[in-house]
Design a protein around this ligand. Structure first.
Ligand SMILES: Cc1cc2nc3c(=O)[nH]c(=O)nc-3n(C[C@H](O)[C@H](O)[C@H](O)COP(=O)(O)OP(=O)(O)OC[C@H]3O[C@@H](n4cnc5c(N)ncnc54)[C@H](O)[C@@H]3O)c2cc1C
Length: 448
């Protein structure tokens, strides 16, 4: 191992953090450049002084199959801070709700269509359609990349009630994109990854969540690793260009003119920030064009502090018939064993929030409270103690039809320059696992 090499990592989100941690663990010298005054990128805790609390910029959930993300958590010593409950709840207007299970034999009714009004025939149809989905995910029809997930559901004959009670929100949750826009191939690829992992590890895929804020989960442990290995972290260091000379990356130039010498570079920024950084690469024009075509999908998160509990049945509840997209209600009292002290925190996430993103904070809070009042009888007289709206117009890259094949490989034509980030090519959609997996691939490509 060559211990004298200095690697520069651009971007202190999950992909950059994981790359820096793993390079340091392997004995390399590392400099991490982050344009903002803090690490974490799109996963971060936000302090709310009004109620002295620390919610996140948006509730993040994890799947048991997040192999690379768990590797990162083990590296930074926080893998024990994630919990996998047996399931969640679905909730309809009027307060009707059902518990759904994702583990073991109890997951079967979920696949059969957890809708309380589904007839035995509809459940059988749901099972048949689910088996077809699974088979076609593993052995994909050639045109999956050309059709939407909605069209795919129609083609396999998924009954409307099974879609409402499971498949539509699952597909939306996985790709943060509406089923009438999302590429069926994106959903099929993630399903296939899940099925293969289930077969390999002999356990059903489960959905879990951190029991602490995102800074404690991702950053505090990373900082300990950085201290241990002497990783240099530069804040407010805006990378402007990777310097390439004679076919090799030799430095990263910052916006303030500083030049940071490098024996190898990992650029771990989102597709929205890649322009200009790689101008020295022969293929930069195609790379930028792909980044632009991938585009963005918005997420709006609302952290609502209420003067009373909502009476949830589970920590994670999917709201059916919400704002028309996907709405999830996360009960932070259950998730974090949070003691409410007069203000109960519920985190609401709306994915594919193309309309909501343009609304004012007041409009969003009013809309979310109406939603809660419609679905939770206990919310009828609830008062908002404090509310925090987090708008993320570029929450993730979009995985709409026509984006298949656009995600670039981590390797570039310059051997000691690689890219990472959730939008680069992995077998997951735009997720934390994709960010961590991209970092693992980038580190291997750079150091092999
Ligand atoms: C509200 C919300 C909810 C989500 N929910 C989930 C979920 O439930 N489950 C899930 O798996 N995923 C979820 N995601 C997606 C997940 O957060 C992202 O996929 C992941 O965090 C992306 O990590 P990254 O390192 O690729 O990018 P980022 O986190 O964007 O990190 C990139 C970093 O690079 C820095 N940077 C950019 N340009 C420069 C430059 N020129 N110089 C120096 N630094 C630079 C940025 O400041 C940033 O810190 C969600 C995302 C959002 C926004």
């Amino acid at each position: 191992m060559d211990n004298t090499r200095r690697y520069v990592v651009v971007g202190g989100g999950l992909a950059g953090l994981a790359a820096a941690v793993w390079l340091a663990e392997a004995g390399h010298r590392v400099t991490l450049l982050e344009r903002r005054a803090r690490l974490g990128g799109r996963t971060q805790a936000l302090r709310v002084p009004e109620v002295d609390d620390l919610p996140d910029n948006g509730q993040h959930v994890l799947a048991t199959g997040y192999e690379h993300l768990f590797r990162y958590l083990r590296s930074v010593g926080t893998d024990h801070l994630v919990e996998f409950p047996h399931g969640g709840a679905l909730r309809w207007p009027g307060g009707r709700s059902v518990l759904i299970h994702t583990k073991g034999i109890r997951a079967l009714p979920t696949l059969l269509g957890a809708h309380p009004d589904a007839s035995p025939l509809e459940r059988l149809r749901a099972l048949r359609a689910t088996l077809r989905l699974g088979r076609q995910a593993l052995f994909q029809p050639a045109d999956l990349a050309d059709i939407t997930t909605e069209r795919w559901f129609e083609r396999v004959g998924m009954p409307a009630k099974a879609r409402e009670a499971l498949w539509d929100w699952l597909a939306l949750g996985i790709a943060a994109e509406r089923v009438d826009r999302e590429s069926a191939k994106v959903f099929a690829d993630v399903l296939a990854t899940g099925i293969r992992q289930e077969i390999r590890h002999r356990h059903a895929v489960g959905i879990g969540y951190p029991v602490v804020d995102l800074d404690t989960l991702f950053i505090t442990g990373a900082q300990r690793v950085f201290e241990r290995y002497g990783v240099e972290v530069r804040y407010r260091a805006v990378a402007d260009r990777v310097v390439i000379e004679d076919g090799r990356a030799t430095a990263v130039r910052l916006a303030d003119g500083t030049v940071v010498p490098a024996d190898g570079v990992i650029v771990a920024v989102p597709n929205s920030r890649i322009h200009g950084l790689l101008d020295g690469l022969p293929e930069h024009a195609e790379l930028y064009a792909a980044a632009d075509k991938l585009g963005y999908t918005p997420i709006v998160s609302t952290n609502l502090y209420l003067d009373r509990p909502l009476g949830t049945k589970a920590a994670m509840e999917a709201i059916i018939g919400g704002t028309g997209v996907i709405d999830e209600v996360f009960d932070r009292q259950r998730m974090h064993r949070r003691v409410a002290q007069g203000a109960w925190l519920y985190c609401l996430t709306t994915s594919g929030a193309y309309e909501q993103i343009h609304k004012s904070n007041d409009e969003i809070i009013t809309e979310q409270m109406e939603l809660l009042r419609k679905h939770y009888p206990a919310a009828a007289a609830a008062r908002v103690v404090h509310a925090q709206v987090v708008r993320m117009p570029r929450a993730t890259f979009s995985q709409a039809v026509g984006t298949d094949g656009l995600r670039p490989d981590q390797r570039t034509s310059v051997p000691n320059l690689v890219i990472a980030g959730d939008w680069t090519r992995t077998d997951w959609s735009a997720t934390m696992e994709s960010a961590a997996q991209s970092a693992a691939k980038a580190v291997v490509a750079l150091t092999k």
